[in-house]
Design a protein around this ligand. Structure first.
Ligand SMILES: C[S@@+](CC[C@H](N)C(=O)[O-])C[C@H]1O[C@@H](n2cnc3c(N)ncnc32)[C@H](O)[C@@H]1O
Length: 275
């Protein structure tokens, strides 16, 4: 997808707000193997490396534009790679203690981290089963995903892309969030062998000047797949229709943009054999 680091960075402080809540749920310590799925511009990946000195930290992302910002942060123990999350989880063999002597193409990951990226990967039951298999006993998933899909900002976008002329221009494309209600993750992780997963949802309070700022916010994320598919000459009309709908639905100035996010920490029991 055509991610734009400059547009994404417009609300950098707000988008990074969940990071400190999330890392507080993880057991970061020196000498770990950490992968950051959908690392984007790599700034948070670099913070993970600082939190866990002497660790091997790898950031992966499918966007060349986002990774171009990350690459200059590379240093010993901190690397970045262009790869999709789907390809990464399929290509990484799960840890198999009984075959520990066999060479592996990838290490097992002590922490599989992801901040605001897994909402772009479909079929979370399958995804989470694969993520758990990346962990050795004692390894942790530490994840944050937006769950704001019922907010008017997101509902209006779904409505507009289903209306003409955009529905035809998009060939009927509509992206629904694959993010599940939080209790599904708790139950899913339990079924996957995690006895006490931490699964919480928090509303992050963002005070934005007005509805236009909300549109700028979603332009950096939610709108990316639509803008990529619409002919460039249609972008102005698309954004103008959204702007009118946003202004009508969110008239307050400043506008309180309550943004829901799910945070998950799930640790494989240390004594558990490989799943
Ligand atoms: C909202 S940004 C988050 C970036 C970073 N983790 C942060 O919190 O600032 C989402 C990132 O996920 C990446 N992404 C989306 N779908 C992906 C996929 N299927 N595989 C790998 N990366 C993906 C995008 O390229 C983008 O950099």
């Amino acid at each position: 997808m055509a991610w734009n680091p400059a547009q994404y960075d417009l609300f950098r402080d707000e988008r990074y707000a969940p990071f400190s809540d999330l890392v507080a749920l993880g057991r970061f310590r020196p000498g770990l193997r950490i992968v950051d799925l959908g690392c984007g511009t790599g700034e948070l990946t670099a913070r993970l490396a600082t939190l866990s000195p002497g660790s091997q930290v790898l950031g992966i992302d499918s966007s060349a534009a986002m990774l171009a910002q990350a690459q200059p942060l590379t240093q010993p123990g901190l690397t970045f790679r262009t790869q999709s999350i789907e390809a990464f989880v399929e290509a990484t063999p799960p840890p198999r203690p009984s075959l520990a002597a066999e060479p592996r193409t990838e290490p097992a990951w002590d922490i599989v981290f992801s901040h605001a990226a897994l909402q772009w990967v479909d079929d979370h039951p399958t995804l989470f089963a694969r993520l758990i298999r990346l962990l050795p006993p004692g390894g942790q998933l530490v994840l944050q995903m937006p769950s704001n899909h019922d907010h008017p900002s997101h509902a209006i976008v779904r409505d507009v892309v289903r209306s003409e002329p955009f529905a035809s221009q998009l060939g009927g494309y509509l992206r629904r969030s694959p993010v599940l209600p939080i209790h599904h993750y708790a139950e899913l992780l339990f079924r996957l062998g995690i006895p006490r997963p931490t699964v919480i949802e928090k509303v992050y309070a963002h005070i934005l000047p007005d509805a236009h700022a909300v549109l700028q916010w979603v332009r950096g994320t939610l709108l990316v797949p639509y803008l990529e598919r619409l002919p460039t000459e249609q972008h102005a009309e698309f954004l103008s229709v959204l702007s009118q709908r946003f202004a009508a639905a969110m008239p307050d100035r400043p506008y309180f943009y309550g943004f829901r996010r799910i945070l998950i920490a799930a640790e494989r029991p240390p004594e558990q054999a490989s799943i």
